[in-house]
Write a protein that binds this ligand. Sequence first.
Ligand SMILES: [Zn+2]
Length: 229
Amino acid sequence: MPVRKTSAHSEEERPKPKLTVADMAAVKKELEARAKYKIEILFSRHRSSRAEKASPLMVLIWESGKRFHGGGDQKMYWCGYNDCDKPLSSDLFAYMHVVCPHCNREIFLDPKAKQAHVKSLIEQGKNPDSMRRMPYVVGERLANLTPPKLAELLEKTWRNLDSNADIYLKYSPYEIRYDPLHDNETKTVDNLERVRIQRQPVIYTLKNIMKDLHAGADLRGRLLSMITS
Ligand SMILES: [Zn+2]
């Protein structure tokens, strides 16, 4: 008995879609176009977008897609020396301390590490004063800034991240308190991951930043309009 041919292919017979050379080039380009870093601004719930009014906020920086096979970001830190203030990858962290790759100075990871070092110097009968002056890495930058000052800080942060970062504006469900006395200390933020995923952020992608810069836009002006919109 002859087998009747039907025009419809079964699921198994249907040829699998193959990526063409052009597809693969497009995927590669897309991955390459992805920004290496991420800048996140977290605003308190009650923030003002009026140009003259300061709002408490938190700045965080991340290495994009560094964790979980590209699915997660890795938190970055700033050098604790005010005259350096450059971003650091936590890949550089050694036990209790890190050497800043920009200024080559040693920085403590946290107050506990500093206490341990100071204590051991005292026990050895050595002067701990210079150790006491050594700063910590900065994990979250807390500030109380007007929109123009924030635009200035964002532009500086973006340039310090090799001009290779996406910028996210988010609203924290928690109050952000700014304490100028503890400006340079590392603070632990509870539920940081939870804060990060709440509410739809405003995103200024590297791609759009580049497009605007090519069109002759002034970056700080664009950032200011993003903040105040
Ligand atoms: Zn440094």
